[in-house]
Design a protein around this ligand. Structure first.
Ligand SMILES: C[S@@+](CC[C@H](N)C(=O)[O-])C[C@H]1O[C@@H](n2cnc3c(N)ncnc32)[C@H](O)[C@@H]1O
Length: 358
């Protein structure tokens, strides 16, 4: 039976039951922010004696660690089933639950790619002074299996990090100010609303435009808001009516961002053309000389789509590596040629061929 997934919407109910109704191998990315099982008891007081509203919600209560583990095994198994083979999942947790989640995920066959630390510069203090201030949460980024060809927009993330490789520690403030959804009494709608910047990093780094992002613990819809902003599709699952209403209102007001980052142009793969195909299409010809940029070295194109210098015939990559005295090199960036009266890098011919431009 062909089951289509509802797009850009929220389904109300228990995530395990709803996940079971979704087709297997259909989702590109899952972000899951499950109950933490905080096991907090009694009220939490600030140093001035006023009450602090932490995570005391009914949805976070489990009778035992075993009950929590059983619940996690079920929803994680269903997530793995609906995930595409080359898909990935991000699961966020705190010290109370993240070790259990990681253990279960490895047992289910997920492959941990990174544990990203969400470091909170404005974390809630340890009011009693009895422990260190708990100022981070952990995100487990996992592919479906060890060999999955998961998606990673490396260059986009590097660009966002001032042209330095993005690290696995992210400094992002907890959700406050205008971003924090409030009810008619001015109280927080949700005790654990995640900051939009966190979801921005997650979705931008590991999806392409148009991909399908699923969040089985949707809450106030931070995942949906950012998926929409970045031109991705989403499906949220949530049990509580008040969170669903707040999420719907929030997502409706989100504008789609239009920028190179959203399109991940920095990470676009070059058009797939071989030298032989460029010859067949008339962008290059057999016998043509391909030069180093300084024109000091050259090789000639053969009818086999290889290039030849003296007695050495091989791919553009191997020949350019030989010129540079290296074991390998990207020949597309190395070789230049005459084209329509101009001296151009052969890489540009692949883009001309993609656009059908002569
Ligand atoms: C940690 S919160 C997620 C917060 C969300 N990331 C946000 O930014 O607003 C977990 C959410 O999962 C929901 N939830 C808990 N158990 C659930 C279940 N079995 N099925 C569906 N939703 C569930 C809770 O109501 C709660 O809103």
């Amino acid at each position: 039976m062909d089951v289509t997934i509802p797009k850009d919407t929220i389904l109300q109910g228990d995530c395990i039951e709803i996940l079971k109704s979704l087709p297997e191998n259909s989702i590109d990315l899952i972000f899951a922010d499950p109950p933490y099982n905080m096991q907090t008891e009694g009220e939490l007081l600030r140093t001035d004696g006023s009450q602090f509203s932490g995570v005391t919600d009914k949805w976070d209560k489990f009778q035992s660690l075993k009950e929590y583990d059983d619940f996690c095994k079920k929803w994680l198994s269903e997530c793995r089933r609906v995930l595409k083979n080359d898909g990935a999942i991000w699961v966020i947790g705190s010290f109370q639950n993240v070790y259990r989640l990681g253990y279960i995920m490895q047992d289910l066959g997920f492959w941990i790619l990174n544990d990203v630390i969400w470091s909170k510069p404005n974390a809630v203090p340890n009011f009693g002074g009895t422990r260190f201030q708990n100022s981070h949460e952990t995100l487990l980024w996992c592919s479906k299996s060890k060999g999955s060809k998961y998606h990673f927009n490396y260059k986009t993330m590097k660009y966002l990090n001032g042209d330095k490789q993005m690290k696995s520690v992210w400094d992002i403030g907890i959700c406050i100010g205008n971003e924090r959804l409030k009810d008619e009494n001015g109280d927080k709608v949700h005790s654990t609303q995640k900051p939009e910047k966190l979801l921005y990093n997650v979705i931008l780094s590991s999806t392409e435009k148009g991909d399908f992002v699923l969040d089985p613990f949707f809450g106030t819809g931070t995942t949906g808001a950012i998926a929409k902003k970045l031109g991705r599709h989403f499906l949220g699952i949530e049990r509580e009516d008040k969170y669903i209403k707040a999420a719907e209102k929030r997502i409706k007001n989100v504008q789609i961002e239009s920028s190179n980052l959203v399109d991940n142009t920095l990470d676009e793969k070059p058009p797939r053309f071989s030298i032989k195909q460029l010859v067949e299409l008339g962008y290059l010809y057999v016998g043509q000389k391909l030069f180093s940029k300084d024109k000091l070295l050259y090789a000639e194109i053969t009818e086999r789509g290889t290039v030849k210098t003296g007695n050495f015939e091989s791919s553009i990559h191997k020949v350019s590596a030989k010129f540079l005295n290296r074991s390998n090199n990207n020949g597309w960036d190395y070789f230049w040629c005459e084209y329509n009266g101009r001296f151009v890098c052969i890489d540009s011919l692949r883009y001309l061929a993609k656009g059908g431009v002569k």
